[in-house]
Design a binder for this molecule. Structure first.
Ligand code: MF3
Ligand code: CO
Length: 256
């Protein structure tokens, strides 16, 4: 079931989303070689707590047999790690790395979800292009995020754009509706057929999140039960925002 949010619920969504945006503003200011992924996680958790939000990823359990509870406030995935990397006190980021961070704030019963890939110091031209294309893929997708269109229109636009740039999209993970639950209907794949899937309506809130791989689309899961890496060892990037469908253009809630 796809939930339509009331005016009051949308206000709550906006509050949660703003806190995620604030957290990334802080990371942008401080990220540098030599930090650990644990330190980055703590900075984000602190921004949430200061603003009265709960880091919703901590303790999250998708309810799938054999999948352990998620232990941190953020997912931090470096270079060939695609998503769901677990922050660690012994994992240092270094000059040239690309660091994808994904976090979810819960405030007043509503969730805000966003992801960014950050450059650490000076990175290669090709790594920067991957980051740029991943971000642009989100904006290509949400051009179709309007009443009358369907989820498949967003998916198709993202996939076509990414492929036109010579990159691949991850097939096993997707965007999603969001609200009282972190993950609600509908699923929003990053590839697919235009004109298919549920119709968009004002009051829907969606997390649109291209996950883009420099090389082949195939992925592997590490033994920790969470971290997803590219099979071919090529780089990956992630860009996600929570959006609100309105009568006209969508509102991006996790950008200040
Ligand atoms: N924030 C992720 C998403 O975009 C979910 C991460 S799984 C968790 O849907 F366990 F870390 F929460
Ligand atoms: Co998400």
């Amino acid at each position: 079931m796809i939930t339509i949010k009331s005016k009051k619920e949308i206000e709550n969504m906006k509050e949660a989303c703003k806190i995620v945006a604030l957290a990334y503003k802080e990371i942008e200011k401080v990220i540098k070689p030599g930090m650990t992924t644990f330190e980055l996680d703590k900075i984000i958790e602190d921004v949430m707590k200061k603003n009265g939000a709960i880091p919703a990823e901590k303790g999250y359990n998708p309810g799938i047999k054999g999948v352990p509870t998620y232990p941190a406030a953020t997912c931090i995935s470096i270079n060939d790690e695609v998503i769901h990397g677990i922050p660690s006190k012994t994992r240092y980021i270094k000059e040239g790395d690309i660091v994808s961070i994904d976090t979810v704030a819960l405030k007043n019963g509503f969730h805000g979800d966003a992801a960014r890939t950050f450059a650490v110091g000076k990175i290669s031209k090709e790594a920067q292009r991957l980051i740029n294309v991943t971000k642009q893929a989100f904006f290509e997708g949400i051009k179709y995020a309007k009443p009358g269109n369907r989820i498949g229109d967003i998916s198709h636009a993202i996939g076509e754009y990414v492929h036109s740039q010579g990159y691949s999209v991850v097939r096993e993970f997707q965007g999603h509706g969001i609200g009282k639950q972190m993950h609600e209907d509908p699923g929003i794949p990053n590839y697919g057929k235009a004109g298919k899937g549920p119709r968009l309506e004002p009051g829907m809130t969606l997390a649109v999140e291209p996950m883009v791989i420099q090389g082949k689309h195939n992925i592997l899961e590490l033994e920790d039960g969470w971290t997803i890496i590219t099979e071919d060892g090529s780089l990956a990037a992630h860009y996600e925002n929570t959006i609100l469908i309105t009568e006209k253009e969508p509102e991006v809630l996790t950008i200040l």
